[in-house]
Design a protein around this ligand. Structure first.
Ligand SMILES: [Mg+2]
Length: 281
């Protein structure tokens, strides 16, 4: 993986080779820094202004791909007429689309049961945050400070979730300091994006458009792996050798600089991204 700002000329050439850009991005840890508690996350006004420009320019199709619920992500980003792929693709909303997975709806009863069992077993543990996101349940343990308590959380989750996993009626995945309990659907960020590419994006964005994807977590790494090659995949954070992303930037602040450069490059056609990049760093 290469540091994006050291390879602006190559990135520039890739952008020049495509008239249309599908820009898909994760939210937490990518557009906004991760907070101790997920309710504290905020999109900075500067970042919102950058995203707003993309949403109003016909060269780009902007979408947010997140593990958060649709209701939450719409409130946090607050930009109309863009695509929101929420709950890892279980809920989609955007121009011409409104979808929630029927399999996910069926799983809600089981999810509610798991939520109640976990709530009863873990409510005395300091720092546990159990989040009901409608179609998924998140068990956050970032604020659980004692090792003994963390172990208890993991053991409890294993015990509660085991029968559901064995019967394949729920599934479990992990993110940064969070367990995600999900319906047994095959939707994840990568399959969602593949489905959108095949079925959703307008004709002018099919075929020749460049897919740019930014993300920082395990679910995003699945996207990098699925779409390596003629796409622009950007990991956010300290680079790990195992990731299939082409480039990395260090932080949401650098994501903002990167998006600024990307926008200028396509907006002003013959703009020199390389010189601009040096100035921005
Ligand atoms: Mg993230």
């Amino acid at each position: 993986m290469k540091y994006a700002f050291d390879h602006l000329q190559t990135i520039n050439e890739l952008l020049r080779a495509h008239n249309k850009i599908i820009l898909l991005t994760d939210f937490d840890g990518t557009l906004a820094s991760i907070q101790e508690h997920p309710d504290l996350a905020l999109l900075s006004e500067e970042m919102r202004q950058v995203l707003l420009k993309f949403s109003q320019n016909k060269t780009f199709f902007l979408g947010i791909v997140t593990g958060r619920s649709l209701r939450q992500i719409k409130r946090l980003v607050n930009i109309p007429k863009i695509l929101y792929a929420a709950n890892h693709g279980i809920e989609l909303e955007g121009p011409g689309i409104q979808f929630s997975s029927p399999e996910a709806k069926k799983a809600r009863y089981n999810l509610w049961h798991v939520y109640m069992q976990l709530f009863k077993s873990l409510r005395h543990i300091e720092g546990v945050y159990l989040e009901d996101k409608g179609y998924t349940v998140s068990l956050h343990y970032r604020l659980v400070k004692k090792a003994r308590d963390r172990e208890f959380v993991t053991n409890t989750l294993d015990r509660v979730i085991k029968p559901y996993l064995e019967k394949h009626i729920l599934s479990l995945s992990t993110g940064k300091m969070v367990y995600e309990i999900r319906p047994p659907v095959t939707w994840n960020k990568a399959t969602t994006i593949q489905w959108l590419l095949t079925n959703y994006f307008p004709l002018e964005f099919s075929g020749e458009a460049l897919l740019v994807y930014l993300g920082d977590d395990q679910a995003d790494i699945e996207v990098f792996t699925a779409f390596s090659g003629q796409r622009l995949m950007v990991f956010v954070g300290t680079p790990a050798d195992t990731s299939a992303a082409d480039y990395y930037v260090n932080s949401p602040e650098e994501v903002k600089s990167f998006l600024d450069l990307l926008y200028k490059q396509k907006d002003e056609g013959n703009h020199d991204l390389l010189t601009e990049g040096k100035r921005a760093i």
